[in-house]
Design a protein around this ligand. Sequence first.
Ligand SMILES: Cc1cc2nc3c(=O)[nH]c(=O)nc-3n(C[C@H](O)[C@H](O)[C@H](O)COP(=O)(O)O)c2cc1C
Length: 244
Amino acid sequence: MDDLIKSLGYRYLQETKFDAQTLGRTPRLAIAPAPPFKRYAEAVTLPLPTDWVMEKSLHETLQYRRSRRRYGEGPLSLEHLAMLLWASQGISGRSGNFFFRTAPSAGALYPVETYLSVRDVEAVPAGVYHFQPAEFVLERLQEGFSGDKVAAAALGQHFLAEAGVVFIWSALLRRNFSKYGHRGLRYVMMDAGHICQNLLLAAEGLGLGACPVAAFYDDQLNDLLDLDGREESVIYLAGVGLKE
Ligand SMILES: Cc1cc2nc3c(=O)[nH]c(=O)nc-3n(C[C@H](O)[C@H](O)[C@H](O)COP(=O)(O)O)c2cc1C
């Protein structure tokens, strides 16, 4: 026990437990919410296609998914990229002002934003993009290959520089913390897990290879995306490419 207690994670888990005595009596933290969608209004946008199909069964997809770190030569198709974005964070339903997505999210707050470092995707020049699910478009933030910087930031995991595209997920904390306070971090990380698993399964379903990555120098990636690392910070990555 004494050793576990040294861990911040352990203390966080203990201090954010719900129990019947205190639930509802803990004062809510005064944290202002954030808009549900982040937009780069000045960015050039690239519309994404919606006419794709996935043929593999869920059974096969679950059976054969593996973390794949070696990729074949050649571009990913734009349809495949669009499908991966839709599978991970696409809008799949609406109720009043709420838009629901393919991956579940605590309180339907969707605190996770998706960025892409594109190396080799048909009709998408190499660059850094932000995914805008409301309009189903990419917003271009930077031109040129950045996979080498992503790989360097990911503790030198070179396969990320060889992926056709790297998904970079950030957490926009106040979207969730405004409702869930101290407990919110649990949910943000769960949201990210759902999103990444949807991506990994969609990649397998499309015959692509993908690998999740959580080992990285956070602020190197925040700098690449021009995020402040406080309001919004990178939390997870996944490389995707053609299967070798
Ligand atoms: C939260 C998380 C972080 C991970 N981080 C890395 C990573 O930084 N680099 C890497 O090569 N694989 C990473 N992986 C992939 C695991 O190594 C892989 O899932 C595990 O070995 C099981 O193999 P499988 O995914 O092929 O079933 C990560 C997986 C998860 C779920």
